[in-house]
Design a protein around this ligand. Structure first.
Ligand SMILES: [Fe+2]
Ligand SMILES: [Fe+2]
Length: 325
């Protein structure tokens, strides 16, 4: 192992020791295995932690996700977080189907594809724990379908309708897999549930959508009055405000890793979505969220493709190219 092979020269024992300082209400996550949680899970993370935040992969596997996985292998996050919409559930969509390019998706294909992506998120860069916050595509599309088409079933299931078509079990996760699925109270799918990191910043899938980048996170700020990170809007934005008392409020929209070339998304032909992801570090107890834009451009051979740039610890830019294979 050379120091340039990875972002940080730390050894594996050192990396693990730092992760062991992550806690939920004083409990270590070190021995954590598969679990589900309903509500907002409070996490305390130590200085120097690296958290890689993915959002809106929407189950199919685009080249942009390959680029982020290559980054993960180099950056070696202590934890990975998916802020929702790891599934598409196109078969439950109320958007009009595209007659010219029918969607090839099937519920089975989508479930297998979402599970494969999630296992890659759990594997690439070797994070010690993964958190997956449910998004509206993961839960609301299912609960809405059940409520409309089988209201008796919805009633029988009461407050926990998730059990009828529980996505983590359909994806085939086993008790020994290191992932925690987070849901909202009343199974509102990330709209209510999420993570509260160091008591400073709330991460959730999000619900409110505003037309301009940054305004959706601002709208969530007006609701919960604290720093936040949201997915859902498929836009990448970063807003920082300093209050009179010197506290900085950070608002982040985490972009998306969707394959928007697919026919499912033709309902948004003029979309203003952005490809991107977020890296999180902590210093002096403060959680810093840095959105990384994935942009399109020509490489040295004149080929057009998606790529992004991250500085190594010596401040040199490292380019990550996103290829489909
Ligand atoms: Fe989404
Ligand atoms: Fe969403």
């Amino acid at each position: 192992m050379t120091s340039t092979q990875y972002f940080s020269p730390e050894g594996e024992a050192e990396r693990r020791a730092l992760f062991q300082k992550v806690s939920m209400g004083g409990l270590s996550f070190d021995t954590n295995r598969f679990g589900t949680f309903t509500g907002v899970l409070p996490l305390t993370v130590p200085d120097g932690i690296r958290i890689l935040v993915y959002s809106d992969t929407q189950c199919h596997h685009p080249g942009v996700l390959n680029g982020v996985f290559d980054f993960a292998d180099w950056w070696r996050p202590h934890m990975a977080v998916h802020v929702g919409d790891f599934m598409e559930n196109w078969w439950l969509s109320l958007h009009a189907p595209n007659a010219f390019a029918p969607s090839p998706s099937s519920p089975q294909d989508e479930t297998e594809s979402a599970a494969a992506n999630m296992r890659m998120i759990m594997k690439r860069g070797d994070p010690f724990a993964t958190f997956a916050i449910h998004g509206n595509h993961d839960v609301s599309r299912v609960t809405n379908f059940v409520s409309k088409n089988a209201p008796l079933l919805a009633r029988l299931l009461g407050k926990d309708r998730e059990t009828v078509m529980n996505l983590p079990s359909r994806m085939g996760f086993e008790p020994d897999e290191r992932i925690t699925f987070i849901n909202g109270v009343g199974q509102k799918g990330g709209v209510e549930g999420g993570l509260l990191v160091n008591g400073l910043t709330k991460w959730q899938h999000g619900k409110r959508v505003r037309p301009r980048p940054g305004d959706s996170a601002w709208s969530h700020f007006l609701h919960n009055f604290m720093s936040n990170l949201i997915g859902h809007v498929h836009r990448l934005a970063h807003v920082a405000i300093q209050t009179h008392s010197g506290v900085t409020i950070e608002l982040v929209e985490s972009g998306c890793l969707i394959d928007w070339r697919r026919p499912e998304y033709s309902y948004q032909p003029e979309h203003n979505w952005h490809h991107g992801f977020v890296v999180v570090t902590s210093h002096n107890g403060i959680v810093y969220m840095q959105p990384i834009p994935i942009i399109e451009g020509l490489d040295e051979t004149g080929q057009l493709h998606k790529f992004f740039v991250y500085l190594d610890q010596e401040g040199k830019p490292k380019v990550f190219k996103c290829f489909d294979n």
